[in-house]
Ligand binder design. Structure first.
Ligand code: EPU
Length: 449
């Protein structure tokens, strides 16, 4: 699967995909952050719900865009790119065949989100059964329950799920966990379904609220209740839109963590303070500091104290501390004086990167127990989802292989903070979520080649 993948794990020594970092120097500089990786491709999918032209601005050059571009062309639509704009017109839509489904679903997590679109526009859809990936198995069972409740019939054969529906209809659904993807699948399905739908225990991440803003521009009727419930009244058709995508708060937090780990200072432009407020609180508690401009869109991060403070950290769905912030930030915690405790509650296997950090000298141990206030679903299942970090540790250069997107960035953080030279293989995976990351590293003074 896309952002987390491992099947295409790089071969050590494949030079285009290998980066050497000479670390140990505080970073300093300013970066512009563009459209969110976890919002932009979904808005491209939304554009397939209408035959009218749709325009997106504040575009990031990330791998998922190419995957959705290809998907749009294969289903009969057109995509035009210029400097900071994508224009999509899906005048017609043909369901993808099994071969394309298998290839695209293996390349990215986004194509599965076109299932509801395909059902609306053709009455059928095919989904490749999900494989494992570096941060866990990433199943699609919640997506399928949502579609079934709204009237789709599914049939499993040859590793594929075939779905059919003459017309989706409204239903009330309760998610077992506030899944981002299943909430998006619900939105795409319910906006054009017949009647009213309700999703309880929905995800309410800022990227989803921005997607809802897009759907509202298209003519959808959606309300988000205070108790994580989303209500939708289906409409007969949707129209085109123009939308500026929100800035990527995951990328911003990654660079902020790099500043913290190296004792440097980084200014990020193009994000929203409100979307990062949980991260900002934790950053300050750990001994980082920041200033924010009047409109909350430019944040200057720096380390406020020579020695960082340890803390207890638990990842959660919004408005909690995001799982995608976890690995770069925990890497910075190797420089805190004392014992930090980390509890990952969103993915069962998102601490694998800590093993690589140990080769740079970090003292991190991983546990199967829930080391945090929440008894999460991974404790009883024996997943290694909690960590204890003892610091500060002097990091030194090492050779690393990137297993997934966020772990990959945490290796860059560790290598930039470490004395000496590190060689990171598989950095191509970072292109999936960090637009122009090599030139951004140069802009903040990280010595790399
Ligand atoms: N889950 C199921 N069944 C499902 C769907 C999800 O069990 O049908 C489980 C997952 O296995 C996971 C949890 O529910 O344990 C949450 O998964 P969710 O559906 O929320 O994640 P997603 O939509 O697949 C998006 C982002 C991830 C981000 C998560 C959580 C995109 C393309 N990906 O994934 O981003 O971590 O939400 O916020 O939007 C990343 O950017 O590095 C990344 C992995």
């Amino acid at each position: 699967m896309s952002e987390p993948t491992s099947p295409s794990s790089p071969t050590p020594g494949a030079s285009a995909d290998t980066m050497t970092v000479r670390g140990g120097v505080p970073v300093e500089g300013e970066l512009v952050i563009r459209g969110s990786k976890n919002a932009l491709p979904k808005m491209m999918v939304a554009a397939l719900l209408t035959a009218e032209p749709c325009t997106l601005t504040n575009i990031s050059t990330i791998r998922d865009i190419e995957v959705v571009d290809e998907l749009i062309r294969l289903t009969g639509g057109t995509v035009e790119h210029d400097a900071d704009r994508i224009r999509i017109t899906a005048g017609s839509f043909t369901a993808l065949g099994e071969v394309d489904v298998e290839r695209l679903h293996n390349a990215s997590r986004i194509p599965v989100l076109t299932t509801a679109v395909s059902l609306h526009r053709t009455g059928e859809a095919v989904v490749a059964a999900p494989g494992g990936c570096a941060i866990g198995p990433r199943p699609v069972d919640f997506h399928m329950s949502v579609l079934r409740a709204l009237g789709a019939h599914d049939d499993h054969r040859d590793g594929m799920i075939h779905l059919r529906a003459d017309r989706l209809h409204g239903a009330r659904i309760d998610l077992p966990f506030p899944s981002v993807g299943a909430t998006e699948q619900f939105l795409f399905a319910a906006v054009l379904a017949e009647g009213d739908s309700e999703l309880a225990n929905a995800a309410i991440e800022p990227e989803i609220l921005d997607l809802i803003a897009v759907l509202q521009k298209m003519g959808a009727l959606i309300s988000v209740e205070p108790n994580r419930t989303i209500r939708v009244t289906g409409v007969k058709e949707l129209g085109g839109f123009e939308h500026r995508v929100i800035g990527d708060r995951l990328e911003a937090a990654s660079w902020a963590s790099l500043a913290l780990a190296t004792g440097g200072a980084i200014t990020v432009r193009g994000v929203q303070q409100q979307d990062m407020s949980t991260f900002l609180n934790v950053y300050r508690r750990a001994g980082g500091d920041f200033t924010i401009d009047a409109d909350g869109r430019t944040i200057s991060f720096r380390r406020a104290r020579r020695m960082l403070r340890p803390l207890a950290l638990e990842t959660d769905v919004h408005p909690g501390f995001m799982t995608d912030w976890q690995s770069p930030f925990v890497t910075a915690l190797t420089q805190a004086e004392g014992v930090s405790v980390v509890h990952e509650t969103v993915y069962e296997d998102r601490l694998g990167y800590t093993e690589a950090l140990r080769t740079l000298g970090a003292q991190i141990q991983v546990f199967t127990e829930c080391l945090g206030p929440t008894r999460c679903r991974f404790g009883a299942a024996n997943h290694r989802h909690s960590a204890v970090v003892v610091g500060p540790t002097k990091l030194h250069g090492a050779e690393l292989v990137v297993p997934d997107l966020r772990a990959g960035f945490s290796y860059v953080v560790a290598a930039a903070a470490a004395d000496g030279e590190s060689v990171i293989h598989g950095v191509g995976l970072l292109d999936r979520g960090y637009a122009d990351f090599r030139s951004k590293l140069s802009a903040i003074g990280v010595d790399h080649s």
